[in-house]
Design a protein around this ligand. Structure first.
Ligand code: ZN
Length: 333
């Protein structure tokens, strides 16, 4: 089933499939992401979403410039920026994790003694798109309250917050939750006036959400000055990852997939998935990083900064071939 008839002149493409490899030798997953993007666009088409065509065109033509070392650097393409798009979400998560690294580094420079916590805040599962939409609004409102509670506020330096929705494939329910990387004053760990136990966090979160059940809360202190800083790195990664996994709506069951996409489109509509607060927000602004949700998805890190003679360098163009399900390089004339 193909909704997108390619008008590409196939004679213009030679047999070379795109191979975009990083400096560490890993192949960038353009093909896998685009295959999922096409399936997603097909679901939108069946559901009669107007944006289906745009989503299908996401990353269809990729223009790269070769770097001096012979790698490819993405130079131009068009991204649909849909919240569920597998191509866009892959780019977003690279960008978010790069931005978060830079921000965290700057905060550590200014506040070397600060401590870091990784907090996961959940609410009861949502049953459909409508329920999901209101629950996500509640989560955001509740978090804004939580951070203002005296005991939280007194030691809070800043945070990075991201929202994730997962689908329980057995029950069909949506699990919406927030991952928060919190930066707190060193004295947070000193005395009961400062320290907030797991029990306290749970009570505070329940109060903020105004609910009559005990919500699931996870709190993990990140060990300071650990060699390699692996804990903070994994917390950054967890906070920067995709808000929705394509595997959740591209299952074997087409009927279910349609229902899930419809619910998620409705639930995530106009929702901000990533945000910064406090000193992390200030640093994000000072570093002049663009919007984590909707910024430029071509340049996702420093590594990809354009070079001076870039405009003149020959472009390498790869075009998605719908029937062969891969990107092929366009021949230079
Ligand atoms: Zn896209």
């Amino acid at each position: 089933m193909h909704f997108y008839n390619t008008t590409e002149n196939t004679n213009n493409q030679d047999e070379h499939a795109l191979k975009d490899v990083t400096k560490s030798g890993k192949e960038r997953p353009w093909r896998e992401k685009k295959i999922d993007n096409v399936s997603y666009a097909e679901l939108l088409q069946i559901l009669k979403f107007q944006k289906a065509g745009n989503v299908g065109a996401c990353g269809r033509v990729l223009e790269f410039k070769p770097t001096d070392e012979g790698y490819l650097k993405l130079f131009k393409t068009w991204f649909c920026k849909s919240k569920l798009c597998p191509v866009c979400n892959w780019r977003r998560s690279m960008k978010n994790s790069y931005q978060a690294q830079r921000v965290v580094e700057e905060v550590i420079k200014e506040k070397p003694k600060a401590r870091w916590l990784f907090l996961t805040l959940t609410a009861r599962n949502a049953v459909d798109g409508h329920d999901l939409k209101s629950s996500l609004s509640e989560l955001t409102k509740a978090f804004n309250k939580l951070k203002m509670y005296a005991k939280v506020k007194k030691n809070l330096i800043g945070f990075m917050r991201s929202t994730e929705v997962t689908v329980n494939q057995e029950t069909g329910a949506y699990n919406q939750h927030m991952h928060i990387l919190l930066c707190v004053e060193n004295k947070y760990f000193r005395g009961i006036d400062n320290y907030i136990s797991h029990e306290d966090w749970t009570v505070l979160w329940q109060k903020a959400l105004k609910i009559n059940y005990r919500p699931i809360v996870k709190v993990q202190a990140i060990k300071p000055n650990k060699k390699g800083d692996s804990d903070i790195q994994s917390a950054i990664k967890e906070t920067s990852k995709y808000s929705v996994k394509s595997a959740d709506y591209l299952t074997e069951d087409d009927e279910r997939n349609l229902e899930i996409v419809s619910d998620l489109e409705h639930g995530l509509f106009r929702k901000r998935m990533i945000s910064y607060g406090g000193l992390l927000k200030e640093k994000h602004k000072l570093l002049n990083l663009d919007d984590a949700d909707d910024g430029n998805l071509i340049q996702t890190s420093d590594e990809e900064e354009p070079s001076d003679n870039e405009e003149e360098a020959n472009s390498i163009i790869a075009i998605w071939n719908y029937s062969r399900q891969n990107y092929y390089l366009k021949l230079e004339r």
